[in-house]
Design a protein around this ligand. Structure first.
Ligand code: DIG
Ligand code: MN
Ligand code: MN
Length: 387
């Protein structure tokens, strides 16, 4: 079976992903930079749907207005030639020294104002390119020193910035939905809103929470020692999975942004199954990059691998759902009791009395085996191609 990606699969890559030149904190670049237009055409040839960008992935921070317009015009030409879309845009609020101690959350009001200005200009660029999702990843929104008392102020500063930018988007007629991307640390010692749950709780405090969702990243929740599938389930339950950053990660490491499925194949399978079973209609964005060891050919192997693995796991999920033995075990695992479960569906004095009066055979409940070992083994068999 061929697992060839097509635009209808909605696979996207950031310009910074396949454009990663292999620099790391301990080493110089190992690859040459790739022009945005070249990236657009190459990704289109591989079957991707779109490309995402930070403002400065395309337009240098010190570009003049005329230079900006020329750069955007050339990029738009590549999009038209290739048919590639720009579903998501975001702002680089983490590279420039001005943001070294935060952007929206900076203790310096002048830097906070500059960050909002930069975000508005970047939102203008994204809207010009057709982006409908706007991601906020607070790479520098954090601290190494909390003695300055910024932890509480930072939340209020972020709320002010997001409320302001949501209103700017509406006044401009942009139909952005905003996606907050949590990360626990790196580059800051600790980053505010570190995980999906924290971001969901924060969104509820905004003026227009319906405009805000999350952009969870596999590597980031994994860095925090959390179960990414559980985080996605909560985001879906809340109607807040606006976007997703797919990649892979070894637990307890710096942000590796590995090729999707490169490390945790069972987690990747369960994630793809959850996304497919729930009809996730958003973009499947691979926020990852080729290993520093690779040359340009390795970069495109990386990009092909991300999409191929997603499609293979999608096929495995279909097999899992069609596997009679597996489905029988799951049916037995989810014990139904309509008379009992109806009592707690909605409260009433009589339901409470009936539930309090019911006698349970606690020993029998504790003795019953749920069959999870067998189910997990059949999942491994399936993933290893033995079913
Ligand atoms: C890092 O995981 C962040 C940045 O690359 C970008 O702002 C965001 C969008 O995918 N992810
Ligand atoms: Mn990452
Ligand atoms: Mn990301």
């Amino acid at each position: 079976m061929a697992f060839d990606p097509l635009p209808e699969h909605h696979f996207t890559f950031g310009l910074w992903t396949v454009g990663n030149i292999g620099r790391d904190p301990f080493g110089n670049p190992t690859r040459q930079p790739l022009a945005p237009e070249y990236i657009v055409h190459k990704l289109s040839e591989l079957g991707a749907y779109g490309v995402n960008l930070h403002d400065n992935d395309l337009v240098p921070i010190d570009a003049t207005a005329s230079e900006r317009d020329a750069i955007v015009s050339s990029f738009k030409k590549a999009l038209v030639e290739s048919g590639m879309k720009v579903p998501m845009a975001t702002t680089n609020l983490f590279s420039d020294a001005a943001f070294k101690d935060g952007a929206f959350t900076n203790a310096n009001a002048q830097i906070r104002a500059y960050a909002i200005q930069k975000a508005m200009n970047s939102m203008d660029l994204g809207a010009e390119l057709g982006a409908e999702t706007y991601v906020f990843w607070g790479g520098r929104e954090g601290a190494e020193v909390d003695a300055g008392g910024n932890a509480l102020d930072a939340i209020a500063h972020m709320r002010e910035a997001f409320n302001f930018l949501a209103s700017y988007s509406q006044e401009q007629g942009y139909n952005y939905r905003f996606a907050l991307e949590p990360k626990p640390n790196e580059p800051r010692g600790d980053i505010y809103l570190p995980v999906v749950g924290a971001a969901l709780g924060f969104i509820a405090t905004l003026e227009q929470p319906h405009l805000f969702g999350v952009n969870p990243e596999f590597a980031h929740e994994t860095m925090a020692g959390l179960n990414f599938v559980h985080a996605i389930a909560q985001a879906i339950d809340a109607g807040k999975l606006f976007h997703i950053d797919l990649n892979d990660q070894k637990m307890g490491r710096f942000d590796q942004d590995l090729r999707f499925g490169a490390e945790n194949i069972k987690s990747a399978f369960l994630l793809v199954k959850l996304l497919e079973d729930t009809g996730y209609a958003g973009m499947k964005h691979f926020d990852a990059h080729a290993l520093r060891t690779e040359d340009e050919a390795g970069v495109w192997d990386f990009a092909r691998g991300c999409m191929r693995t997603y499609l293979m796991l999608k096929e495995k999920a279909a097999q899992f759902n069609a596997d009679a033995e597996i489905q029988a075990i799951i049916a037995a695992y989810k014990v139904k009791d309509e008379s009992l479960s109806s009592l707690s569906k909605s409260y009433s004095t009589s339901n409470a009395a009936a539930l309090k009066a019911h006698s349970f055979d606690r020993a029998a409940l504790g003795a019953r085996g749920p069959g999870l070992e067998r189910l997990d083994q059949l999942t491994v068999d399936l993933l290893l191609g033995m079913r």
